[in-house]
Design a protein around this ligand. Sequence first.
Ligand SMILES: [Zn+2]
Length: 170
Amino acid sequence: MMTRSARSLLAHAVHDEQVRQRYWAKVARPSLDGYTCWPWVGSLHPKGHGRFWVGNLHTRRGPRDVCIIAHRFGWALAHGVDALDDVPVLAHACDEPSCQNPTHLLTSDWGDNLQQYRRRRDIPGSPLHDTRGPGGRACAIRDALLTGADLRDALEAGHSVLDTDQLNLF
Ligand SMILES: [Zn+2]
């Protein structure tokens, strides 16, 4: 939960052209057939979500960093900070936690999100199935984009034997 002063900092940040540019500078839009995600290439949370530094709050104990999950900041850019307050969980239809493509985001709640996760995690080839886990997958995608390595390879490197051999079984 955000403190009132952190929320006020965020409300200013979404209208600050420099902050907006700083956000978009960390969003990649790779051109890869059939792939429409916009991965975050900045700091990543261990669970694969992007982390965005909004700014410093000046407190009595000195400056305090305010960070937000990057796709939540993107949602606030698109829909306003008030709209963000009403969304307990901002889920990804694409199951890529670092994705910033606003059209891939779904408003959700904890129960619904868990149900969706259970429904999709066993689909062969799903990002939820990645053997590296969501954090490892997001790091591999980011690193490929930053170093110019093959993105398709980075996406497929986490496929389990079950995923890659699926067609041979039938
Ligand atoms: Zn996506």
